[in-house]
Ligand binder design. Structure first.
Ligand code: SF4
Length: 339
């Protein structure tokens, strides 16, 4: 195994569109989380890692000494020499958690790539999404990360929002491009059951995103990003040359990976396993020496082929069809990330 995913399930509140496996907490049980994950990791076989990815949830809520401890303890376990800068180590961060000090500590701990959940540069939109940051924090966070020497930053944006928000997608793209992130992830809004957004739509307070807007905004992003030198290497992901996410590319090309933490998925090339979703159930299982794996499925050849198709490995339509029919990814649609 060359790829390790850690699910950090804690968030300070639930975003209006989010159905991820999270635990909303004002104060996160950082020591308990770190200890539990390390105990789970100790039971795994050997690996030599090429990528480590802290996803969530909100991994930037973990204190930097917790992140440093995890990376330190992983070094012998997964044969990751701390001096090996070829290992891609990504931290998903929310802009409000990025300060000059936190950015410096993450860098010192071994983080060399940050995926920043910007989502929009419009404060009204950010409030509607229940995000905890305002637009100004995104630029400040980018600045702090750059100052700390993080040279590989990805920025997430969400498009295809309901009409009544009157979101100016072109302006948001321009604001993002002005910050020159090395990587952009663009996710179309989807309505997941039992989210606040789903409830708002059910009672007529807002509308589901419309297909036409989705296609228009996706194509506009494609055009605009291409002009600025970004290459789409996956339907939702574009990078400057040399900055494709090695970790996510491994998922999309069907490589094996290890997942640690609640709701994390693992894949050994044939069988996919996933951990108990709820933080408490996962924590208890590990503490009591039981396996935290909730279930597993062995992929048939047919399933493998189907996955290869929707992940683009066998996807070879003519260019106009490819451009006009983007797959509608779930927000944060990253294999191994969600239950
Ligand atoms: S979108 Fe991200 S920050 Fe918001 S609730 Fe979901 S996991 Fe947490």
């Amino acid at each position: 195994m060359e790829h390790l995913y850690l699910h950090v399930p804690f968030c300070v509140r639930r975003c209006s569109y989010c159905d991820f496996s999270i635990a909303v907490r004002k104060r996160i049980p950082a020591n308990e989380y770190v200890g539990t994950v390390l105990k789970e990791a100790a039971g795994l076989g050997e690996a030599t890692l090429k990528t480590i990815y802290f996803g969530g949830g909100t991994p930037s809520l973990l204190p930097s000494d917790g992140i440093a401890k995890l990376l330190r303890e992983f070094s012998p376990l997964f044969r990751v020499p701390r001096s090996d800068f070829r290992v891609e180590v990504t931290l998903e961060a929310n802009p409000e958690d990025v300060t000059v000090d936190s950015a410096r500590s993450w860098k010192a701990a071994g983080i060399n790539r940050v995926s920043l959940g910007g989502q929009s540069f419009d404060d009204t939109v950010l409030k509607w999404m229940h995000r905890s940051h305002d637009a100004a924090r995104i630029g400040a966070a980018m600045h702090a990360l750059r100052g700390a020497g993080i040279e590989n930053i990805s920025l997430d944006l969400i498009f295809a929002l309901p009409d009544e928000l009157q979101r100016d997608w072109e302006r948001d793209l321009d604001m993002a491009l002005a910050l020159r992130p090395e990587h952009l992830s663009l996710y179309g809004l989807t309505v997941e059951p039992r989210t606040p957004l789903d409830r708002w739509i059910s009672r007529g307070a807002t509308h589901a995103p419309d297909e036409e807007r989705y296609a228009e905004e996706y194509l506009l992003a494609h055009e605009r990003l291409s002009v600025f030198g970004y290459q789409f290497y996956e339907v939702s992901n574009a990078a400057l040359p040399g900055f494709r996410s090695q970790h996510n590319s491994a998922y999309w090309s069907g490589k094996p990976y290890i997942g640690l933490g609640p709701a994390a998925h693992s894949f050994d090339g044939t069988t996919r396993r996933w951990n108990l979703r709820a933080w408490e159930a996962y924590r208890r299982a590990v503490a009591e020496g039981r396996s935290p794996v909730e279930s597993e499925e062995r992929l048939t050849e047919e399933q493998k082929e189907l996955e290869a198709m929707y992940l683009g490995r066998l996807y070879r339509p003519s260019p106009p069809l490819a451009a006009a029919s983007p797959r509608r990814p779930r927000l944060g649609d990253r294999a191994g990330r969600e239950a």
